[in-house]
Design a protein around this ligand. Structure first.
Ligand SMILES: *[C@@H]1O[C@H](CO)[C@@H](O)[C@H](O)[C@H]1NC(C)=O
Ligand SMILES: *[C@@H]1O[C@H](CO)[C@@H](O)[C@H](O)[C@H]1NC(C)=O
Ligand SMILES: *[C@@H]1O[C@H](CO)[C@@H](O)[C@H](O)[C@H]1NC(C)=O
Ligand SMILES: *[C@@H]1O[C@H](CO)[C@@H](O)[C@H](O)[C@H]1NC(C)=O
Ligand SMILES: *[C@@H]1O[C@H](CO)[C@@H](O)[C@H](O)[C@H]1NC(C)=O
Ligand SMILES: *[C@@H]1O[C@H](CO)[C@@H](O)[C@H](O)[C@H]1NC(C)=O
Ligand SMILES: *[C@@H]1O[C@H](CO)[C@@H](O)[C@H](O)[C@H]1NC(C)=O
Ligand SMILES: *[C@@H]1O[C@H](CO)[C@@H](O)[C@H](O)[C@H]1NC(C)=O
Ligand SMILES: *[C@@H]1O[C@H](CO)[C@@H](O)[C@H](O)[C@H]1NC(C)=O
Ligand SMILES: *[C@@H]1O[C@H](CO)[C@@H](O)[C@H](O)[C@H]1NC(C)=O
Length: 882
């Protein structure tokens, strides 16, 4: 049907001409839009050619070659094989003048072939695409204007109609477009510089570029990181014109690594070659002693050698800073002042007069002076010196730090020659400051001198001055007695030793103590002889007549005869057969302390025996108080007195008795009085005689005038005497002294009213001052000090207090009655004994011993009573009162 119509149409329009162009080669050209749906891409070939060929029969078609894109179905339907029609996929590589077409030859069974051409028309279905997202560009600074840098292009596979139109910046457009322009030239993209770049101004640009195609589609973004390259055009520049620093000379080298002394900082305005290397330029000081070093990279300066202000006080040098490429460099002067630190101690230099000088070493100076050196004698000078500057030292001083032995006053003094201003003198004169006497201990002095400066911190040094005192023979011999009395029997033989006189010379050196004894007159030289060296007197001639000798003896210093002493010697002659023994002393007094281990000796009595030694003398004790066990005994031969019973001063502190000596030949008695003092031992501890608990109520509000409140008075007693019985009181808690005074008389005063927090529990003990062992009271006394307005706060309220007092009264009453009953019983017993004794005395004189027994018992019981520690003399007297 179509054919006909076709032909009619032709006939109608061109009735004459009905041309069939498909004679041999039939060109069929079709244009289809890209992405036309596959269903539409099939054609009935017969339909396509029906009015172009004369043959009206149905033709059968076949492809000349197998095709990737087409196939023929049912011998007439030409069909596109792929699932989609994508121009860019099909014509990726064979675009011809931007036309994309598919061509194929189709055979028919008749003579002609069909050349089928399908032109695929483009749609803008491709976005432009940069293959990279990021590129890095380094553009050197100062390049000429219009310099161009190639950039990667974006791709768009669409036809010319739709492919890339232009590129543009998408960020920071205003700034960037002043400097850069994107230039699309043929298929290239270039970055054109509109100005010279300066890396010192800005060394980094971030460009974000997109491509836009003719259909208006935009590509992905290309990030161009532009770095502006550098030309080394600047010198390093220091941040100071010069560096000036003061550092103390004692800076520690170990620590300086953590704490540099100076930071040199140079910067370079070039934008890249910024690494600066520092080095020290030093021409003056040899490198091995140059004390500073610089960190090549950081410019931190450190000290590498110990500094010493006293050696070099200022360092001047330069530091060079250069770029890594060493092309440009600059230098800066450095001045480092070393600050003086007081690091030298003052030195003591002594110049001693030759006559006194003995020896000197580093620490000690030994000098010798004579005992009789005059007062104020110049001995030498002392110089003090200090290496440090006076700015640091301020001034120097010298003093005697100590002068040993401390028991004596120092024999020398330092004289600066300036009465009022001793501080800034550096020269001192050594003088003697007093007269010396070696016999009084001025034997050797060790004087420690100290020189100090007044720097910060002050330093000092010490030197020892050792003074040896030379002894002089300046002591006169002295007789031990002015009068010597000796007794010699008529019958004594020649050469009999009469006795000895003795004189002492106190001189320090033994040589100066040598003494000679001589009689002053020659009258008795033939009768008595004296030993020149030891003063022993001997009988030289048998005595015949009764005579009394009175001789003057002289003790003479061997080395200086003008030093001597005189004494009288009286010699009495007696008859052995008639003489009486005589005690050497008229009274003997001995001291002993109580409670010693018995038996022990306390002394000896003896008589001057005028008798021949063959006749014995015996000593006897005359007891007056025979009731008590007498604590002393005497050896009848030697006269040694011993203690045989323990002594107790608190029972009896003084004994007095007599001793007789019996001349066994003449039966003559001589008596002598003996006194024995019992000295105290600290054998009693203090006892409080107050209650052991006391409550004191005070008000702290009304005492602001005096600021003191009397609390109470405590009292303890100690049976010992002297310091052993002298009591002091103490708080067990030392904190209480902040608020309370505790006086030695036992008064307690609250003196710090403001800060005290009532109630306070005061615990007090007593201690005697016994030596060497003070004793504490066994029981402490406790005093509660409470606020009178806050009685409830007191640890115990007052009502038991009254009860307690009543209770005490009651118990005391009971005790008194018990004691009374005991007392009556004892009186009865004693009365009984007494009566019996009286009866016996009448019968027998020996009843004496009974009395002794009874009194002994009493004493024993008394002392037992006393041994119990609580009860004391005071108590005893109370009992007696009862
Ligand atoms: C058919 O097409 C081919 C090439 O496309 C051309 O060379 C030829 O001249 C055409 N023939 C006719 C009759 O148009
Ligand atoms: C065939 O018919 C078509 C329309 O159907 C027309 O466009 C074409 O020119 C005709 N061909 C010839 C050779 O007449
Ligand atoms: C191509 O055709 C498909 C389906 O018809 C459609 O989804 C797609 O958008 C088309 N592509 C273009 C570029 O027009
Ligand atoms: C640009 O490049 C430099 C050198 O590679 C780099 O240090 C810098 O981080 C880059 N900047 C950005 C924004 O990526
Ligand atoms: C240096 O001396 C000063 C005072 O003179 C002192 O305070 C400081 O500790 C000393 N430093 C060192 C490292 O010894
Ligand atoms: C050096 O000086 C520059 C510029 O004054 C400053 O930015 C930098 O922090 C300094 N460096 C040191 C280590 O002080
Ligand atoms: C030393 O003392 C004199 C007199 O007082 C005074 O003028 C002087 O300044 C002092 N010198 C020093 C270094 O202190
Ligand atoms: C004194 O000297 C004489 C003779 O040198 C000697 O016999 C005598 O024992 C001495 N006496 C004393 C007490 O030393
Ligand atoms: C002994 O003589 C001296 C002087 O020579 C004289 O002072 C003294 O009284 C005399 N003594 C007696 C007891 O005669
Ligand atoms: C002896 O001692 C006296 C008195 O001390 C003195 O004046 C005299 O110089 C001394 N003689 C000698 C030789 O030492």
């Amino acid at each position: 049907m179509h054919y006909y119509y076709h032909c009619y149409f032709y006939l109608f329009l061109f009735p004459i001409i009905c041309t069939y162009d498909c004679e041999e080669v039939c060109n069929i050209t079709l244009s289809v839009m890209e992405n036309t749906s596959i269903e539409k891409l099939q054609w009935n070939l017969n339909d396509l050619i029906y009015n172009r060929t004369s043959s009206l029969e149905y033709l059968q078609f076949s492809l000349s070659n197998p095709s990737d894109y087409f196939e023929i179905e049912l011998t007439k339907i030409l069909k596109f094989r792929l699932i989609e029609l994508d121009r860019e996929k099909i014509c990726k590589n064979n675009l011809l003048n931007d036309e994309c077409s598919l061509q194929l030859q189709i055979f028919t069974q008749t003579s002609f072939i069909i050349i089928f051409k399908m032109i695929i028309l483009d749609e803008n279905d491709w976005k432009p695409l940069f293959n990279q997202d990021y590129i890095y560009l380094n553009i050197r600074e100062n390049l000429p204007i219009n310099y161009r840098v190639q950039l990667p292009i974006a791709y768009d596979y669409d036809s010319i109609q739709y492919n890339i139109d232009h590129y543009e910046f998408i960020n920071n457009i205003e700034e960037i477009e002043k400097l850069f322009q994107l230039e699309k030239f043929h298929d290239e993209l270039r970055l054109k510089l509109l100005k010279k770049l300066n890396c010192e101004l800005k060394n980094n640009y971030q460009l974000y570029i997109i491509a836009i195609d003719k259909g208006g589609l935009k590509s992905n973004v290309l990030h161009v990181n532009v770095t502006v390259g550098d030309l080394n055009e600047y010198q390093p520049r220091f941040n100071q014109r010069f560096y000036h620093k003061g550092i103390p000379e004692n800076i520690s080298i170990i620590n300086s690594f953590s704490s540099p002394i100076l930071q040199i900082n140079a910067t370079d305005d070039d934008c890249y070659d910024k690494t600066i290397l520092y080095s020290i330029l030093n021409n003056d000081i040899p490198n091995d002693i140059f004390p500073f070093e610089i960190d090549k990279y950081t410019g931190l300066m450190r000290v590498k050698h110990q500094l010493d202000y006293e050696t070099i006080s200022t360092y001047r040098f330069r530091v060079k800073a250069s770029n890594l490429d060493q092309i440009t460099s600059s230098m800066v002067p450095i001045i480092i002042d070393i600050l003086d630190v007081n690091d030298n101690q003052p030195l003591i230099q002594m110049n001693i007069l030759n006559e006194y000088k003995l020896n000197e070493n580093n620490d000690n100076f030994i000098i010798n002076i004579n005992e009789n050196i005059r007062l104020g004698q110049f001995i030498g000078t002392i110089l003090i010196r200090d290496m440090d500057s006076t700015m640091i030292n301020h001034h120097l001083s010298l003093k005697i730090l100590s002068c040993l032995p401390l028991t004596l006053s120092c024999p020398i003094e330092l004289d600066s020659g300036m009465e009022n201003n001793i501080f800034n003198s550096t020269t001192y004169v050594i003088r003697t400051s007093r007269l010396l006497d070696i016999e009084l201990g001025d034997e050797k002095f060790i004087i420690i001198l100290e020189a100090r400066d007044y720097g910060d911190p002050p330093l000092s040094s010490q030197r020892h001055l050792i003074i040896n005192i030379n002894d002089e023979n300046d002591c006169t011999p002295k007789f031990t007695q002015l009068n010597y009395q000796f007794r010699v029997s008529y019958s004594s033989p020649i050469g009999f030793f009469i006795g000895q006189v003795q004189a002492d010379d106190d001189d320090y050196s033994p040589n100066f103590r040598l003494i000679q004894y001589k009689f002053l007159e020659n009258d008795y030289q033939d009768v008595i002889s004296i030993d020149v060296n030891n003063g022993s007197l001997f009988l030289a001639k048998q005595l015949s007549t009764e005579m009394k000798l009175n001789i003057t003896v002289r003790a003479i210093d061997v080395h200086n005869h003008s030093l001597y002493d005189q004494a009288n010697i009286e010699i009495f002659l007696f008859d052995e057969t008639t003489c009486l023994p005589v005690f050497r002393q008229t009274i003997y007094v001995f001291n002993t302390s109580e409670h010693q281990m018995i038996p022990y000796e306390i002394g000896q009595v003896n008589v001057d025996n005028c008798l021949l030694s063959s006749i014995p003398i015996s000593y006897h004790l005359i007891k007056e108080d025979s009731l008590s066990p007498f604590p002393f005994s005497i050896d009848s031969h030697t006269g040694i007195i011993k203690v045989i019973h323990e002594l107790d001063r608190e029972i009896k502190s003084f004994y007095k008795f007599h001793i007789s000596s019996l001349h066994s030949k003449t039966q003559q008695l001589t008596q002598i009085e003996i006194q024995i003092n019992i000295l105290d031992e600290n054998d009693h501890y203090p006892i409080f005689n107050n209650l052991h608990k006391e409550y004191i109520y005070i008000s702290t509000h009304h005492h602001h005038q005096t600021n003191k409140i009397f609390i109470t008075h405590i009292h303890a007693i100690d049976a010992d005497v002297g310091l052993n019985g002298l009591i002091n009181y103490y708080f067990t808690n030392k904190d209480h002294y902040k608020y309370f005074h505790l006086y030695p008389n036992g008064s307690i005063i609250l003196y710090n009213l403001n800060n005290v927090h009532l109630p306070v529990r005061l615990e007090i003990y007593a201690r005697d001052q016994g030596y060497p062992r003070p004793l504490n009271s066994k029981e402490n006394i406790i005093i509660y000090v409470c606020d009178i307005y806050k009685r409830h706060e007191c640890p115990i309220n007052e009502s038991p207090n009254k009860l307690r007092r009543n209770f005490y009264l009651g118990s005391i009453f009971i005790m008194i009655s018990v004691v009374l009953i005991l007392f009556i019983i004892i009186i009865c017993i004693i009365w009984n004994l007494f009566m019996k004794k009286k009866l016996r005395r009448k019968e027998n004189n020996k009843s004496y011993s009974y009395q002794i027994e009874a009194r002994k018992n009493l004493i024993i019981s008394d002392s037992l009573y006393d041994l119990s520690p609580i009860i004391h003399g005071n108590h005893r007297s109370k009992c007696l009162v009862v």
